[in-house]
Design a protein around this ligand. Structure first.
Ligand code: NAD
Length: 274
């Protein structure tokens, strides 16, 4: 289903691109970023935009995705370095390793993007096992905590953290109860952390995308679901990953220097109660 981009025939729905037309403005020149789930989808688009803006990027990803090399090639195209770390972020020791390896290669860390996530559709609450619930929480929120815990000691004044939440944190989703619960937790974590790190000059924000056409969208989608995906938002289509990635560039760069504890909502115009 990955090739089937819903709504690509419409003018408002550009073909899938992980890049923008501009050459970049050096907004992240000299920075080093860690991006979890940076091999694919939104994370990949963030990695490429960061490189374009001058950052070297460490990408942590689960090796069942084979896109990592392609993402690294795109980063190198901008003359920046990519460090690929194939690992499972649900385990604390692996998160420590990501930080250690990044420091060994790049000597400093300026930006952390917590973005890796899993989602599994469920019929109802009865059909979710405790193991399933726990695994979703381990990947989607425990890992964010672990990454923060091991990265923060190395962050200095001016550094920043951006966490990927989701519109489901606000709207809920009856077939993604564990997933949407983790996304709500991410927003509370972002706000709490921003308060605690403010005195060090470290900013913490979140991005809560609406529907985005990425590999996360289950391959189990039938034609009807693919066709409907993203149609219910005012812009009438899902986003392409790069349309979400630009929020991360803004938040991580000096342009976002007075933003902390905030959530940006690239969601095609959905009205949400924040
Ligand atoms: P994706 O499947 O392309 O990316 C998810 C990434 O998470 C993958 O790169 C994978 O390597 C990584 N990952 C998963 N489990 C991991 C683990 N145990 N250890 C290490 N890495 C792991 O999907 P995406 O849509 O780009 O998702 C990125 C983020 O965007 C997620 O946080 C997701 O919740 C969020 N989001 C997506 C949408 C959407 O419609 N696609 C909407 C709102 C929010």
């Amino acid at each position: 289903h990955q090739d089937r981009q819903p709504g690509i025939e419409s003018e408002m729905s550009p073909r899938p691109i992980y890049d923008t037309d501009d050459e970049g403005y050096g907004r992240l020149r000299g920075k080093v970023a860690i991006i979890t789930g940076g091999d694919s989808g939104i994370g990949r688009a963030v990695a490429i935009q960061f490189a374009k803006e001058g950052a070297d990027v460490a990408i942590a990803y689960l090796d069942e995705h084979e896109d990592a090399q392609e993402t690294a090639d795109a980063i190198r195209k901008y003359g920046k370095e990519a460090l690929l770390i194939s690992t499972d972020v649900s385990q604390e020791v692996n998160c420590k390793n990501i930080v250690d390896q990044t420091l060994e290669k790049f000597k400093h860390i300026d930006i952390l993007v917590n973005n890796a996530a899993v989602q599994y559709e469920q019929k109802d609450v009865q059909s979710i096992t405790a193991e399933q619930w726990e695994y979703t929480f381990r990947v989607n929120i425990f890992a964010y905590f672990y990454m923060v815990k091991y990265t923060v000691p190395y962050l200095r004044d001016g550094c920043s953290i951006v966490n990927t939440a989701s519109v489901t944190a606000y709207k809920g989703n009856q077939t993604l109860m564990d997933y949407s619960s983790t996304k709500g937790a991410i927003i509370a974590f972002t706000r709490s952390l921003s308060q605690s790190l403010a005195e060090k000059g470290i900013r913490v924000n979140a991005v809560a995308p609406g529907p985005v056409w990425t590999p996360l969208i289950p391959a189990s989608f039938d034609d009807e679901k693919v066709e409907k995906f993203g149609k219910d938002v005012p812009l009438g289509r899902p986003a392409q990953p790069v349309e979400i990635a630009t929020s991360y560039v803004f938040l991580a760069s000096k342009e976002g220097s007075f933003f902390t504890g905030q959530v940006l909502h690239p969601n095609g115009g959905s009205i949400i109660n924040t």
